[in-house]
Design a protein around this ligand. Structure first.
Ligand SMILES: [Zn+2]
Length: 281
């Protein structure tokens, strides 16, 4: 079983021993390279690698037999990867890092990037200070407090009863790799409910009306700072009509005619697998 992660802004103890260090140059992560895998360096300190931090943040700990502390670190652009290690973009590490470490790296990159971009107050321009207990930046001049920002995005699986049985709506955007289709997704706008966002995005992207919108689950998506909130919905009315320039195609598929779909562990794939389970039940 994977150890669970406990998020904390400050360590509650000073247990010595190796910690996981998520070291970023820009948004690229330093990993130990193995044949078909990558690992996060587990170190007693950065000095072990001869690397100097520009800034570092405590993330929390893995609740294992012995708690393992986790840190994110920002290094400067000139920092070279030590022998046997390399800096890679997170997307490239999907499937190479074990799953728990991959999502932890997603958390680490967001905290590191937030820390880097909130050194000054967004209201008065004064230097900020790190909040002593919370994950927050305080402005000593005007009192403004800023927290790490998340961008909520909804993702939705639309199904219907077609002439050939149950069908799922899948679409592809021009920037998808060739042949790949997925469920629809879009960012929530200020003032909008999640259900309102589901209806609007489906209407804008494919011109359909849906009903029976139900919550399915959620997944952090660190590209760069989304939280994907997944729904299922039932087709109500309308014909598919592509509405946005980025959409290349959208169609109804039966389980037998499914195109190439996203990789396992993404919530889009979980939505599609759940559809297949229901049809084959
Ligand atoms: Zn201020």
């Amino acid at each position: 079983m994977n150890p669970s992660f406990v998020a904390q802004a400050q360590p509650s103890d000073t247990l010595p021993g190796p910690a996981y260090w998520f070291i970023f140059r820009g948004v690229k992560l330093l990993v130990r390279r193995e044949k078909k895998a990558a690992r996060i360096p587990c170190l007693n300190g950065l000095a072990e690698l001869g690397i100097t931090a520009v800034r570092q943040q405590y993330l929390g700990y893995l609740d294992s037999d012995r708690p393992i502390h986790c840190y994110s670190v920002e290094v400067d652009d000139q920092t070279q990867a030590p022998e046997g290690m390399a800096f890679h973009g997170l997307r490239r590490l999907f499937g190479l890092l074990d799953e728990a470490c991959f999502w932890l790296a997603g958390r680490a990159v967001q905290i590191m990037d937030w820390d880097r971009t909130h050194q000054f107050c967004g209201r008065c321009g004064n230097h900020t200070e790190t909040h002593p207990q919370e994950r927050a930046k305080l402005c000593p001049n005007c009192g403004h407090t800023s927290y790490p920002r998340l961008s909520p995005a909804m993702i939705v699986r639309v199904t219907r009863q077609g002439e050939n049985g149950r069908e799922i709506l899948l679409a592809r955007a021009h920037n998808f790799r060739p042949g790949l289709y997925s469920v629809l997704a879009g960012f929530v706008e200020p003032g909008e409910t999640l259900e309102g966002c589901v209806r609007r995005e489906i209407c804008e992207e494919v011109g359909l009306i849906v009903k029976n919108i139900r919550y399915f689950g959620s997944q952090p998506w660190p590209f760069p700072n989304s939280l994907m909130i997944a729904f299922t919905a039932e087709y109500d009315s309308g014909e598919i009509k592509l509405g946005e320039a980025e959409m290349a195609d959208a169609r109804w598929f039966t389980p037998e005619t499914l195109p190439q779909i996203p990789p396992p562990t993404s919530i889009s794939r979980r939505l599609i697998n759940d559809f297949l389970d229901q049809v084959h039940r």
